[in-house]
Structure formats: structure tokens, C-alpha cells
Design a protein around this ligand. Structure first.
Ligand SMILES: [Zn+2]
Length: 346
């Protein structure tokens, strides 16, 4: 029995936040609660967050310098993608180890389902931007054995595997070149290992190259509908058709700039904007292929949501929009488990 209001979430940047702000004591900051951000264990419990994909993300140097202010020089000296990725993976493992049974690293959809039933937080390891991987992919199996089950090959900037989506609002996702030979090899390697491939930061060319190459369901873990909000990061109707045809999935992003028709980051965004994107995607993809991909701790969310503890407000908005309990359960976790099981095979 999995109670109403629990949900599985396709994307968050908690590991980055813990690595930036709580490198000395990430697990105690997480379990005790922290001042900043959208996520920590007490607020996740309050909001019904039962599990999710946790991104390992190596930020660009300039971005990182802004976050850490005075520490710029030290951070730049340390800026080595593999070391940063390994530090964030170590934090994820620490969360499970220090949890006293309250959190578990999950490798299969069955394990996630058990966690949901047993009130244990389900942690799934995801890479956002494969900057830490070598072109020969010798590191991929090392990450797999550390628990990696999902990869978005690109973030916003080009890397050795190809070009992610970038550019301002309003804009098309057609923002440059596609994948390199190494990028195509990465897609095939993910298929061979049944790793989930995340299309969320792909530009037009990389999206269609992946659709052509991959034999897995097409999944965008944290993206919205381009027809409602013309951010290059959102999915066009043609892309949504391809996702539906593959029996794939889209997790709706709660970021203001990805929701609003005006593309602004303003937090005075109604929760109905999230409901509108969900309904649009349900119409395009069917009721088994849509869920949540909050992007908590990575973006600014509507102030009426606030942080993860505000999730009951979103469920209330779904009810007010006429979405019944069965469909809410599909959006909340059942559809995520379905596509993960199809992708991973277990
Ligand atoms: Zn992202």
C-alpha cells in the first residue's frame, strides 16, 4: 500500500547543493534540515517526496565561482570534473549509509517500489552532463558499479559527446550541432547496459539522433511543453509525438521560466501553470507517460509551492482541476515506475 500524496521525482540538484554548501557534513545537514534550498529530509517527508533521480552535476567554472564568491581561486584549482562527480557520488552514498534505514540507493524499479511501500526514501543516481566521462567510456562501468542508472549526456554547454540545448526565450531547441561519434557510442553503450538516457537537455539535432539510435523508451526527466512556454529547453509537439511513439515519458519541470508563457523567472507563478503543462502533456502522451521532474534545488519554483513541503498544494490544484485520485497516483509515481521498469528491465 502506497499512500496518497507520495511521489517519485525525476530530477533534483540536492547533491550539488550539499557539495557546495555542506561538503564537511552533508548527511547531517540533510537529515537535520537546512536553511536554504528546496530539499532536505524533514521537508521531503512533509511534502511526500518518496524517491527520485538525484543528479550528479559538474557546474561550469564561472557559475561555481559565483556560488562560492571568495573561494574562486581555490575552486578553480580544484575544478576537475571527475573529482567533483566522485565527491557528489560519495555524498549520495553517505546519505544512504547515515540514514539508519530511512534512505536507500536503488538499482531497480522493484527496489524503488519496495522503498515506497516501506516509507524509505528511494535514491537513484543520475548524471547530468557527462563531462566526467572519457571518450572511450572506460569510466562508464565504474560509475555503473557505483549505482549509476541514468545519464543525461549534456547540460547546456557543449562537451566531448556533443551539444546540449542553450539559448534564450523565446527560442527553438534547434541550437547547433548534434552528437559527436563519442556521443553516439555513449547512446549505444547506455542501451547495452540498459541505463536510462535523459533527453531533457538535448538540442533538436541530438534529440533526433538519439531517437534514431536508441532502442529504449524516450524519456525527458525534467522538461515542459514548448507550445505553452517557448523555452528552447521545452519539448516541441514533434518531439512529444516521438516520445509517445516510443512509449516514453516526460517529467514536468516546476521551474518558473519553463512554465510561464512569458518565460520569466518570476515566482508569482500560479500552480495552475504546472497543471496546464501536465494536462497538455497528458493530451499528447496519454495518461501513462507523464509525471513529475521538479528540478528542486536547481531552479526557482512558484512561491505558492515554496519548496518540497508545499507539494500538497499541487495535489490540491490537481484535484481542483478535476484530476481524479487514480490519475494523480499515475502522475505521482506509478508512471515513473512503469517507464523505469521498461527501461531497466527490472
Ligand atoms: Zn537540468
Amino acid at each position: 500500500m502506497i499512500s496518497a500524496g507520495k511521489f517519485f521525482d525525476g530530477h533534483n540538484d540536492l547533491l550539488l547543493r550539499l557539495w557546495v554548501n555542506h561538503a564537511d557534513n552533508p548527511a547531517s545537514a540533510f537529515f537535520a534540515g537546512r536553511e536554504q534550498g528546496h530539499l532536505d529530509f524533514p521537508r521531503m517527508r512533509q511534502g511526500g517526496f518518496a524517491g527520485g533521480l538525484f543528479a550528479v552535476f559538474v557546474p561550469p567554472v564561472a557559475w561555481l565561482a559565483g556560488e562560492r564568491g571568495q573561494e574562486v581561486a581555490r575552486v578553480q584549482a580544484q575544478h576537475d570534473a571527475l573529482a567533483i562527480a566522485e565527491a557528489q557520488i560519495a555524498i549520495l552514498h553517505q546519505l544512504a549509509q547515515a540514514s539508519a534505514g530511512r534512505a536507500r540507493l536503488c538499482l531497480t524499479a522493484t527496489e524503488i517500489e519496495q522503498c515506497l511501500q516501506q516509507d524509505v526514501l528511494a535514491l537513484v543516481m543520475h548524471i547530468e552532463g557527462a563531462e566526467m566521462l572519457d571518450e572511450e567510456l572506460t569510466l562508464l562501468d565504474r560509475f555503473y558499479h557505483l549505482g549509476l542508472r541514468s545519464i543525461g549526456p549534456f547540460w547546456n554547454l557543449p562537451n566531448r559527446f556533443g551539444v546540449g540545448v542553450s539559448g534564450g526565450f523565446p527560442g527553438s531547441p534547434d541550437t547547433g550541432d548534434g552528437m559527436t561519434a563519442a556521443g553516439k557510442a555513449l547512446i549505444r553503450a547506455c542501451n547495452q547496459r540498459r541505463l536510462l538516457i535523459d533527453l531533457s537537455h538535448m538540442n533538436e539535432k541530438t534529440f533526433w539522433q538519439t531517437a534514431e539510435l536508441s532502442d529504449a523508451p524516450l524519456v525527458a526527466t525534467h522538461s515542459n511543453a514548448h507550445a505553452l512556454c517557448a523555452q528552447p529547453r521545452n519539448l516541441t509537439n514533434a518531439q512529444l509525438e516521438a516520445i509517445a511513439a516510443s512509449d516514453g515519458f516526460v517529467g514536468v519541470n516546476f521551474g518558473n521560466a519553463f512554465l510561464r508563457a512569458d518565460g520569466q523567472r518570476n515566482a508569482d507563478t500560479s500552480l495552475n501553470e504546472i497543471v496546464n503543462h501536465l494536462c497538455f502533456l497528458l493530451d499528447k502522451l496519454g495518461e501513462d507517460r507523464v509525471g513529475f521532474g521538479s528540478d528542486f534545488d536547481g531552479i526557482s519554483v512558484p512561491e505558492s509551492l515554496g519548496d518540497v513541503a508545499g507539494m500538497p498544494s499541487l495535489f490540491n490544484a490537481l484535484t481542483a482541476a478535476g484530476i481524479d485520485a487514480d490519475l494523480q497516483e499515475k502522475l505521482a509515481w506509478r508512471n515513473w515506475l512503469r517507464v523505469l521498469k521498461r527501461t531497466w528491465g527490472q
